[in-house]
Design a protein around this ligand. Structure first.
Ligand SMILES: NC(=O)c1ccc[n+]([C@@H]2O[C@H](COP(=O)([O-])OP(=O)(O)OC[C@H]3O[C@@H](n4cnc5c(N)ncnc54)[C@H](O)[C@@H]3O)[C@@H](O)[C@H]2O)c1
Length: 385
């Protein structure tokens, strides 16, 4: 696909309105640069969830049961190797049941993986920069950890489902591996560069990590020549999502996104269904500091526009930044009124109370801020009456 950077994007004609990707990850496109040029970037979010979560389940089974080692032995067609492997496998393999699966990044794909892992008896824990609402944790029957280290310390098998960005590159490195349980397993179906390959190889050599399942690779399409020699490592060709159904869903989503943005006469008629970026005209100013973002969001509460100040620790996540951008993108509707009501912010406790619900509506339900505000106002009125 190549790297869509500022230079390449600047060459696009000004009539381009949307970049509708028939894929999920978008680390190869500078979506902010597209936004600066007034171009939406939309992906096929959700299209590959079934396939990638199945692939992760395959990797989990493989690392616990040593299926790659068995397969390599069987493929030698050598009776001696067959017999030796047959005898050995039962002494080094385990049922995944009753073991802890540690998910890093509980999003669209890994939420599909949760019941699949539970179906083979695993207990599921997770870490994410954005905690799920309690009701969602209860529905999924998952245990949250405040820090990645906390999760790594209890997981028998860690599976990665974060997007690749500046914060997640080399997320699994020498230091984080040191926090893992001795002999734990690692699965990566997200992006190769999320795992520092040298640190992984070192850990596999010492046995700190007993087995790994990698669908994606640090120097893709080059697979590590060291890893290919390790029979406790299951390797695939970045085909976690590789099924016809995924392609159909991706292409369908791309068409839906295009139709949502460009009308039959070529004019812009709306926003994509699954946008990744936000256009400048859609966002209001916000300022960032080292580990926090302070922003003003006008929302409709108790039938009055009010301005609220939210302070969220989002330093580790571009995804969270995108979510906050999403708050802002719809906030313009209330701005005019907000200016006059700047001092009427709800009390801090009130914000603490509604923040989880706000996040759920904006991120899980993908409502716009305006829709969310209406919902919260209705709720507020309901409780008041
Ligand atoms: N192997 C394949 O064929 C294939 C196919 C599709 C997607 N993918 C990869 O899977 C990734 C996940 O996809 P998804 O649709 O579930 O994404 P998603 O956006 O629904 O979920 C990602 C989750 O990661 C969390 N997150 C972001 N930064 C984090 C951090 N630093 N620490 C912890 N959590 C963090 C987010 O809050 C979010 O909950 C994609 O970004 C893509 O790279 C791979």
């Amino acid at each position: 696909m190549g790297q869509w950077d500022d230079e390449l994007i600047s060459l696009l004609p000004s009539s381009v309105r949307i970049f509708a990707s028939a894929g999920a990850g978008y680390n190869w496109a500078d979506t902010d640069a597209l936004a600066r040029k007034g171009i939406w970037y939309a992906n096929g979010a959700g299209a590959s969830d079934d396939a990638v979560s199945d692939a992760a389940l395959y990797m989990i089974l493989s690392v616990f049961r040593n299926f790659t080692r068995q397969q390599l032995a069987a493929r030698t067609a050598d009776p001696e190797i067959f017999t030796a492997t047959h005898k050995m496998i039962g002494t080094i393999s385990h049922n995944p049941a009753a073991h802890v699966l540690g998910i890093i990044g509980l999003g669209s794909i890994s939420k599909k993986l949760v019941p699949k892992a539970q179906a083979i008896g695993m207990k599921v824990h997770y870490y994410d920069v954005l905690r799920q609402p309690l009701s969602e944790e209860e529905r999924l029957d998952v245990t949250y950890h405040e820090t990645p280290e906390g999760l790594l310390g209890v997981a028998d098998c860690v599976t990665l489902h974060v997007p690749l960005n500046a914060h997640t590159k080399n997320l699994i490195n020498k230091e984080s591996i040191a926090c893992m349980k001795d002999g734990a397993r690692l699965i990566n179906t997200a992006r190769g560069e999320v795992v520092n390959e040298e640190a992984l190889i070192d850990a596999l050599k010492t046995g700190k990590i007993s087995a790994a399942g990698l669908d994606v690779h640090y120097h893709e399409p080059q697979v590590s020549p060291v890893l290919v020699k390790m029979d406790n490592v299951t390797l695939t060709t970045h085909n976690g999502g590789g099924v016809i159904e995924t392609r159909m869903n991706f292409e369908l989503n791309a068409m839906k996104n295009i139709l949502a943005v460009v009308g039959p006469d070529g004019r812009v008629v709306g926003k994509p269904i699954t946008p990744v970026n936000r256009l400048r005209s859609e966002t209001s100013e916000f300022r960032t500091s080292h580990n926090s973002i302070i922003l003003f969001v006008p929302i409709y509460l108790s039938s009055v526009y009010q301005v609220a100040r939210i302070r969220l620790d989002v330093s580790k996540s571009n995804y969270a930044l995108a979510a906050l951008d999403c708050y802002l993108s719809s906030a313009l509707d209330g701005m005019e009124v907000a200016k006059t009501t700047r001092n009427r912010a709800p009390p801090k406790e009130e914000w603490e109370r509604i923040k989880p619900e706000l996040k759920r509506l904006l991120i899980d339900e993908k409502l716009t801020l305006k829709e969310t505000a209406r919902y919260l106002a209705a709720l507020q009125n309901f409780h008041a009456s």
